[in-house]
Design a protein around this ligand. Structure first.
Ligand SMILES: [Zn+2]
Length: 156
């Protein structure tokens, strides 16, 4: 199973175990330096691939989006993400109804992030609010800097 993550999937803070990929456009939407960026770095370190879908795949997505009437509701980045799911035959993770609609039109598998989160077993990892380091187990304070740890749901 290859998960295809849109921007909101990454910002959800849910860690999807297994193969996962996103597009360069999604990376461009995440502000460098903030904690979303650290989460992104953590996901990249644990195998998040960044792949540009081919033009033909993007063309198919645009045609499908025009058929369903979702074209105006979708950004270039949204369509790039759908095109990657189409190209890689991955499971698209998004809560965006227009993206889901176009995925359905193309016969792709998709899931809402929350739905996926509820169905799958999950456990917690912990991220320091101060330095951004991530730990598998809870500590009263960050072993690196003494900061407060925040819980993050991690999907198995
Ligand atoms: Zn810390």
């Amino acid at each position: 199973m290859l998960y295809i993550l849109d921007t909101s999937s990454i910002l959800s803070g849910i860690f999807f175990e297994g193969r996962k990929a996103t597009t360069p456009g999604v990376i461009g939407e995440i502000k460098p330096g903030g904690h979303s960026w650290r989460l992104l770095e953590f996901m990249r370190n644990s195998g998040l691939e960044i792949i540009s879908p081919p033009e033909e795949a993007l063309g198919e997505v645009k045609k499908a989006a025009k058929r369903t009437g979702d074209y105006a509701n979708l950004s270039e980045v949204d369509m790039e993400v759908i095109a990657l799911a189409y190209y890689k035959k991955g499971l698209l993770l998004t809560d965006d109804y227009s993206m889901q609609n176009v995925a359905r039109e193309l016969g792709l598998d998709y899931k809402g992030i929350m739905e996926e989160g509820i169905k799958e077993k999950f456990y917690w990892i912990y991220r320091c609010r101060n330095c951004g380091k991530i730990f598998e187990e809870f500590y009263e304070e960050c072993p690196v800097c003494g900061g407060v740890l925040k819980r993050i749901r991690k999907v198995k």
